[in-house]
Write a protein that binds this ligand. Sequence first.
Ligand SMILES: Nc1ncnc2c1ncn2[C@@H]1O[C@H](COP(=O)(O)OP(=O)(O)OP(=O)(O)O)[C@@H](O)[C@H]1O
Ligand SMILES: [Mg+2]
Length: 330
Amino acid sequence: MTTHVTEITSLAVDLIGVKKSYGRSVEALRGVNIQVRKGEVFGLLGPNGAGKSTLVKIMMTVVRPDAVAGTILGRPIGHLGKKSVMGYLPEVTRFPNYLTGRQVLDYYAQLSDVSASDRRRVIPELMERVGLSHRWHDVRCSKYSKGMLRRLGLAQSLVNDPELVVLDEPTDGLDPIGRRDVRELLTELRSTGKTIFLNSHLLSEIEMVCDRVAILNQGLVARQGTLTELTDHSVECHIKVDGDAAALTAEVEQQGGEIRDGMIVMTQHDGEKVNNMIDLLRGKGIMIESVVPHRFSLEDVFVQILGADARGLKTVEPGKTPPVAARPVS
Ligand SMILES: Nc1ncnc2c1ncn2[C@@H]1O[C@H](COP(=O)(O)OP(=O)(O)OP(=O)(O)O)[C@@H](O)[C@H]1O
Ligand SMILES: [Mg+2]
């Protein structure tokens, strides 16, 4: 009983069975379960149209779900409670063109009941933090570039010092420096105990910043877990030998490997088989040039899930291994 209570209270987001259809033909979400722990950076990945934005809009009560259960920061979904607890960067932000960047943030901060003295202190700090230097503070946002508007949107999502920040494609439109700034900002926010939920299809960025991820595909969670949990089962070992590896096909296959691109590839994470293979090569006096373990990247797992889907295979439940093994990118 104690464990169960601890588990519930340590969750910032607990989404159970979220369903949403648009009209009769589009089933955007078909029963999504996602758990985000307090203080972690959680990445929601998925191809275009997977349902990522629909899900965050439901979390933020912008879209009404067909079915939902669970809690956000301990409150039932649909009841945000105090406005100060959540920050939201929508997929598309539009600010009144006649307002300056500073005025935009002041307006949103007032909506969240931030006091006048806090607004005076926090807003310039926040603008600098997202890379909008002093000279832009009092410039109308009609003169901001796309990336600058994204930065302003990011500042807007943090203006009330929220416990949970929900960011829909935060780096969309940002240059490489801007993307790095966002990564640093997210890491900094995590170090202050904030929970961050972000949507993206930029897998390498998710890999750099997220503690846990869920991969959404066609309205269902295909996989959910830590990066290690998602990629650990997918390890290969590439053995390069001096000479023609193809001549060893029979022996390699006997050890559960295969010949690929002139190399011996041990396709399972089995140290004993790799060692047997090395013994066999040494026994034959074959020179081993390299033995390189290959971990699958998040991109490999992502492509694997979409590939399985394209072949008409069912998406797998969280925690289960995929039905088809894919090749890693060396
Ligand atoms: N307002 C709407 N009316 C009708 N269909 C919608 C609406 N909003 C989204 N959809 C549909 O719901 C599905 C999920 O869309 P959603 O925007 O949630 O995807 P996404 O994962 O955020 O995609 P992207 O990566 O392109 O932002 C898509 O098929 C989309 O066409
Ligand atoms: Mg989207």
